[in-house]
Structure formats: C-alpha cells, structure tokens
Design a protein around this ligand. Structure first.
Ligand SMILES: Nc1ncnc2c1ncn2[C@@H]1O[C@H](COP(=O)(O)OP(=O)(O)OP(=O)(O)O)[C@@H](O)[C@H]1O
Length: 363
C-alpha cells in the first residue's frame, strides 16, 4: 500500500498543496506551527475520515471554509496499479468517501488504507485506559480476520441490550440466562480471535524490541476481561446481582486488556520516557510487520516528531527499523539534519520543507 500523489485542501493552515511522496521514507520538516502535523492529519483523514487530534471537524477544517478535501492516487494492494481516492470532511454532517468514482463506506476505506500513527498520544498504549489497548488489538484482529467486524458488531449489540435491561432492572435470572447464551457465544469467538492474533504478534514484537532496546525483557500478556480460570457463564451468573446494582456488565471481552511488563514490573511504571516511546513504537511496528506478512502489503506510518525523546543512538535504531520495512513512512521533525545521518544511502528518501502551510518541491 502506498500513496503516490497527495492533494490537500482547506485543512488547518493548508489552503491547497499537492505533492508526490516517496513510496519509502518521507521527511516533513519545518518550524513550529508550519503545518507538518497537519499533513499527517490529512493522511489520517484520507484513511479514516477523521483527525487523530480532534473529534470536531470545525477545528480541522480551515477557518471560514465549509469542508476539507484530501485526494490521493493509491496502490492499495501494492500491485503497481494507481487508483483514485478522495475524502471530503465537512464542518457539518458526514464525511464522503469516493474510490474510483463510487461511494464506499468507512470499513471498506479502513481495509484499503492500513494506517499506523506514532505520536505523543501513542504513549497512551502504556499509560492510558484498557480501551486504548483494546483498540490497538482490534485494529490487528480486524485486518487479520474477515469474520471480526461482524462478530464485533454482534457482540456490541448484545452487550448494549444486556446493559439496557440491567439499567432498567427489567431482567431476572431466567431472562439473564437467555441473553447470556448469546453474549457468551460472541465472547468466546471474539476472545479466541484476539488470542490467536496476539500469538502471532508476540514474535514480531519481541524482534522489534530486541532491535530497538537490546536485551530488555518486555513481556506482552493478555487479560480476557474476566478470570480466565473460570467459565464466563459462571462468572456472569455470580456477578449478576452486582451487574444489576451497577447497571452494566462488569465482565467480558469489553474489559479485555493487553498487559506489558518489564522484568515482571508494570511497564508504564518502570520505563523512562524514551524507553516508553520505543516500546509503544515497537508495538505499532510489530503490528505493521505482521500485517504485511499476513496480507502481502505494507502499512502507511505517520510518525510525528520522530527525534523527540530519543537520543541519537536510539533515533538511528528507529530509522534503521523503518527503512528495513517496506512501509511508506511520513515522518515529521523540526530540523531534518537531526535524522540525515541515520539513513542508508540507498534508501528512497524524499524531504519536504513546510512553511506557512505550503510545501516546497522535494529536495
Ligand atoms: N482550523 C484552522 N484554520 C486555520 N489555521 C489553523 C487551524 N487550526 C490550526 N491552524 C494553524 O495551523 C497550523 C497547524 O500547524 P501544525 O500543528 O501542523 O504545526 P507543526 O508544523 O506540526 O508544528 P509543531 O512543530 O509546533 O508541532 C498552526 O499554525 C495553527 O495555528
């Protein structure tokens, strides 16, 4: 998967720009506030119709404009074909996605453009709530197994219905058992897919961790969302009174989590800021490597301010991992000279300097 042409209109301080990125490494440099992150944001809009910085389109769309539009020529299956994709995100209303002249929906778009973002929010994979880690995990399962999306939607539906009944108190033990049968059937399948995915991710993760952090012992574990030594039907039955009091279901895949430990200690408590950046990046890079192994095509990486938090030795290791992958990378930094020395002379690197929302030709 790569983008061979990109046009951005009316996004933050970018009125209109167009450029042809490299299929390998793209460095986007410029002063504070010049619009570097806005370019990454535009690619995120192209892949997901939304920003990674705000949920409100009015902040994303340039002041006094009605919508932002991102167009690209893409090669989704990495087969050497160019196909046109355009996403319009209006200030009000739904985004419109056009692919090869027809409308497509969001999950088709997400399948077309496998995006990975590494920015200051990525620390939330260690420091944030389990929901952040579940989202990371489910991105992988979504791309690994076609059955996932239907299963996930089915599970959300049953969970919502069960919670509504709990909240209104309109559920007795007999009715609970009827709903729990469906809840358990979805939970078992969802959990099985998550476990299978993590089993495949683990060796990829160990490999990237050893490249970035040497022999640091980082363990990746999984918590089901209930005590795995017990059957879920037994857990739901014994927690029923508590669920009724709270008005929601307290156990199940909606509480699943990824556990990251270093030498047996909670990684979020143990690691330095730079080490955290390397571990969360290793998760994302491992996910891209596994995606490529399973689907035969690479991901697009949006990496905001790569040099921040890293000393030059670790910055260099990070760059090495990126250039050894076949992912298309968009990397921002204030000063490209902070990365120049790290790249192999044969890597296809395009550097774009941004000033006031405008872009100069590749240097
Ligand atoms: N809706 C908007 N309309 C117009 N301009 C905007 C809007 N939202 C933000 N801006 C401006 O657009 C620019 C966005 O910059 P961006 O965050 O992409 O900068 P950056 O180059 O990544 O900077 P830094 O190095 O500080 O992270 C800023 O100058 C900001 O003030």
């Amino acid at each position: 998967m790569s983008i061979s042409n990109l046009q951005i209109k009316n996004l933050r301080n970018i009125s209109s720009i167009s450029f042809a990125p490299s299929s390998a490494i793209n460095i986007i440099c410029g002063e504070n506030g010049s619009g570097k992150t806005s370019i990454l944001e535009a690619i995120n809009v192209l892949g997901l119709t939304r920003s990674f910085r705000t949920n409100k389109a009015r902040h994303l769309v340039q002041t006094e404009q009605a919508s932002t539009v991102v167009f690209a020529s893409i090669d989704p299956m990495a087969q050497g074909f160019k196909q046109s994709l355009g996403v319009e995100r209006p200030v009000e209303g739904e985004a419109r996605i056009r692919f090869e002249g027809g409308d497509i929906d969001l999950s088709t778009l997400a399948e077309l453009i496998p995006l990975q973002v590494i920015n200051s929010d990525t620390f939330m994979l260690l420091e944030g709530s389990p929901a952040v880690r579940r989202q990371f995990l489910d991105w992988g399962v979504f791309h690994a197994d076609k059955a996932f999306i239907q299963l996930w939607r089915g599970f959300r539906r049953v969970l919502k219905q069960r919670n509504t009944l709990l909240k209104c108190g309109k559920i007795d033990n007999q009715l609970r058992q009827v709903w729990d049968r469906e809840f358990i059937a979805f939970s078992d399948q969802l959990t099985r897919l998550r476990i299978e995915y993590l089993k495949l991710l683990k060796p990829e993760f160990d490999k990237v961790v050893s490249q970035l952090l040497g022999d640091m012992d980082v363990q990746l574990g999984f918590s089901y969302g209930w005590d795995k030594k017990r059957q879920l039907d037994e857990v739901l039955a014994s927690n029923f009174e508590r669920d009724l009091r709270q008005g929601f279901t307290g156990s199940g895949p909606q509480r699943a989590d990824i556990k990251l430990k270093v030498d047996g200690h909670n990684a979020a408590e143990r690691l330095s800021r730079g080490q955290k950046k390397l571990v969360v990046s290793a998760l994302k890079l491992a996910q891209g490597a596994l995606f490529q192994r399973m689907n035969g095509r690479p991901c697009i990486y949006l990496i905001d301010d790569l040099p921040s938090e890293l000393d030059s030795a670790h910055g260099e290791l990070f760059c090495k991992v990126l250039e050894q992958s076949s992912n298309q990378c968009f990397i921002t930094c204030v000063d490209d000279s902070s990365l120049n020395a790290f790249w192999h002379s044969q890597t296809d690197i395009a550097t774009f300097r941004i000033a006031d929302g405008d872009i100069a030709a590749p240097m």
